[in-house]
Design a binder for this molecule. Sequence first.
Ligand code: KG4
Ligand code: ZN
Length: 361
Amino acid sequence: MPAKQAGPEPVALRPDQLILGIESSCDETAAAVLRGDGTILAEAVLSQLADHAPFGGVVPEIAARAHLAHLPALVRRVLDHAGTDMAGLSAVAATAGPGLIGGLIVGATLGKGIAAARGIPYLAINHLEAHALTPRLPSVSPDGLRFPYLLLLLSGGHCQCVAVEGVARHRRLGTTLDDAVGEAFDKSAKLLGLPWPGGPHLERLAAGGDPARFALPRPMLGRAGCDFSFSGLKTAVAQVVGKGLDAAARRDLAAGFQAAVAAVLADRARHALAMLPGATALVVAGGVAANGAVRAALARAAAGAGLPLVAPPVPLCTDNAVMVAWAGIERLRAGLVDAMDHAPRPRWPLDQLAPDRPPVG
Ligand code: KG4
Ligand code: ZN
């Protein structure tokens, strides 16, 4: 074990102090500068979609090289936009997991380098916690959002129900037994002949389709707990596609798939809310939160429990660096900071966020 390097002590940022956030865990290269009060001064996201699309999925080696090629200039660009430079920063937060190790190393190493050069705190951010804390950004919840709340994280790589009980305090209540929900969208979209990533294309195709034409399964509906399963639904889509579809049938199948997913997610959310009696809100994050049918179904589930549905604007639901910087602000406020020898973790479950140093106070 390498010796722990003592870094600067955790100090909550003053409103006028600046933090840099870096995100590079998957196929988005992102950087952002926030004030200590959560005001977003500058942000940029470079999508690598075009690099990966020919392969029908994210290629880790291509992702790592793209982060390395673009991140330093992107950081300079957001610092410029924010009207500052590295000397103007008071903290740096970088995603340190979970994700693809090559990209994590690129982002975390750049973050540590800047923090070490400036003698300022470095925050190693768990990507899932960054999604989980995003709804507490002042621009998303101007009146504040109190813990605990229920988070549904619905992305291409993650599909979880999480009780968010505090900074670094999360309990996973349920997860997928097979595919993530975004993966289910992407695989079904591929079966329908749509480009990758297929979720948004499938939503467009579903518009005007008849969701009741094909009887598709609703896996896990009504089951105890709040685990998910989507592979049976995808198989059912494959079987219908195999029989041959005209244009109207394609629309109807897309609509039927989307309705089945929305119904399952709403059912799982209702169960999860029952497992977290003190919840103040139902929060949805991840790329699939952009889907209108999904949002509507979840809004009904939340309303049924007398709770608001908090859905950050789409650019804050998908991967970005604002959420990483904000998680850094929250962790500093909680008296947390990370050592310079914090190693990126490709696997890093939300319920293993034990800090390197105990919270202060
Ligand atoms: O959170 P995200 O941007 O990246 C990660 O997976 O980490 O989520 C991407 C996923 C993809 O599977 C994409 O197809 C899906 O979100 N997605 C959608 C929509 N927009 C993005 N799925 C359904 N409807 C949408 N409008
Ligand atoms: Zn994400």
